[in-house]
Design a protein around this ligand. Structure first.
Ligand code: 173
Length: 321
């Protein structure tokens, strides 16, 4: 009930999984873990537009809002319980519900390859069983994560630094000696401003549209992992849809996943904009970069192994080359 009270009563009343306009048309309420209009809501909003354009008379999505509607770390529970019908969320924000979710960003193959080799079905099954959601689609593929800093480093040693984290960076950064503080994105700017943190983990894209460049001096290269931002549909809602409605949502999902191919180009443009905004690049030398990436993969998988060794093995087999 806590989350429900955060959602505007008017919005809930207006469209509680309603069949108002057409007998067969259903409207799903969607919430994003990221501010609307910013990088990690971009694909979701494009998907919503696509569905509302191509799903007339079949299925529509009403975008309720972002983190102001449901706090990011509570969105997993909200879509699990059906307070929200469809969520745009990353596994790092719902580790309590799908503790092996970290495996997804350790993937070395593309979403399309994962659909072809059965890995998508495995990830979907885990989400259905553990979280009561249909794993509809994945955005963010083709984009890595970085460490951003307010002070320079000269190698992969983070001891003495306090770094903002999520489960994505936890295993790697702590193995490299950092002190870690877990926060939602909304708290990063003020933590930097106050000097409470010396840096933060974040993807290649999105620093500028959050204004964090004002408080950021360095980006450490190379990037590691692959971003996952996922469309999750409450499973009871999903199972209550008609075949036609589900097919339309899956068509939109495939369309959205094609957008991942643009990430290489967008990453390059974003790096150029970061440089223009005064963010310097610290490029680790070859040996240090090897250690950086080796630590990322080894510690990342060790953390998934520790949660569920059997599932970790199954995921590793279809996510790595
Ligand atoms: O750093 C984060 O908040 C995080 O884990 C994440 C994951 C996917 C997209 C953006 C941020």
């Amino acid at each position: 009930m806590k989350i429900k009270t955060l959602l505007s009563a008017a919005i809930l009343a207006a469209s509680s999984f309603s069949t108002a306009a057409f007998a067969d048309e259903v409207t799903l309420r969607g919430v994003s873990a990221f501010n609307l209009g910013t990088t990690f809501s971009r694909e979701f909003e494009a998907f919503v537009d696509w569905i509302n354009e191509n799903g007339k008379g079949v299925v529509q999505i009403q975008l309720v809002g972002g983190p102001e509607a449901v706090p990011p770390f509570e969105l997993g529970n909200a879509v699990q319980s059906g307070v929200v019908d469809i969520a745009n969320n990353t596994t790092a924000f719902y580790p309590n519900l799908v503790p092996t979710g970290d495996a997804i960003h350790l993937a070395e193959n593309t979403v399309q390859e994962q659909r072809a080799n059965g890995c998508y079905d495995l990830i979907d099954r885990i989400h259905q069983e553990q979280m009561n959601v249909k794993f509809l689609a994945r955005a963010g593929d083709g984009m890595g994560f970085h460490l951003y800093l307010t002070k320079p480093i000269d190698g992969p040693d983070l001891s003495g630094l306090t770094i903002r984290t999520t489960p994505v960076y936890q295993a790697m950064f702590s193995a490299l000696g950092a002190n870690l503080v877990r926060t939602a994105p909304g708290e990063v700017y003020s933590a930097l401003e106050r000097g409470a943190i010396d840096g933060y983990g974040w993807p290649a894209q999105g620093v500028l549209d959050l204004g964090w460049d004002e408080q950021t001096k360095y980006r450490v290269d190379p990037s590691f992992y692959n971003v996952d931002v996922n469309l999750l549909v409450n499973l009871d809602v999903w199972n209550g849809l008609t075949d036609e409605q589900r097919a339309k949502l899956e068509e939109g999902a495939a369309w959205m996943e094609e957008l991942n191919a643009k990430n290489a180009e967008i990453n390059a443009a974003e790096y150029a904009k970061q440089a223009e905004a005064g963010i310097e690049t610290i490029t680790l030398n070859d040996a240090d970069a090897d250690k950086w990436l080796e630590t990322a993969q080894t510690e990342g998988w060790a953390a998934v192994d520790a949660v569920d060794a059997a599932l970790s093995k199954e995921l590793q087999a279809c996510l790595t080359k």
